[in-house]
Write a protein that binds this ligand. Sequence first.
Ligand SMILES: [Zn+2]
Length: 156
Amino acid sequence: MNFTTHIAVGSAVGFATKNPYLGFAAGFISHQIIDAIPHIDPGSIGANFENIFQNKPALIWAVADITVGIFLFWFILNKVNFASFVFWGAIGGISTDVIDNSPFWSKKLCVIFPFNYIHFIHEKIHYTIENKKYFWVGILTQLILIFASLFVVFSY
Ligand SMILES: [Zn+2]
């Protein structure tokens, strides 16, 4: 899933736990769960951590997504008065991709314990839509997740 979606959902589950440690764990688990929901992300157009710099459209997608995600994170944190459980929920939410989808270190990390297990589960669980005809489904699922998450966080 996109970085932005993981930020939103991680924040919401962190918010639900009201505890930074549980929030991080819930955020981490939320990543695996929502990655199993059909979605599009730069992987939909063939990107992975090894070729992202050669795949211009995917690189633009990833940079735009991370930029939007950072703004959304800032917006949410302001909304919840920088509650630590929301912060750590979001960090838990993006941690799998930071570990496993980075062009800078994931290739080295994904063979070392325990990151090899994270890599294995992450690869297995992922449901990326690659058929352009169904990209709208992969957008819709994420819009629903983002708005539902914001709804939860805004109940603060
Ligand atoms: Zn992921």
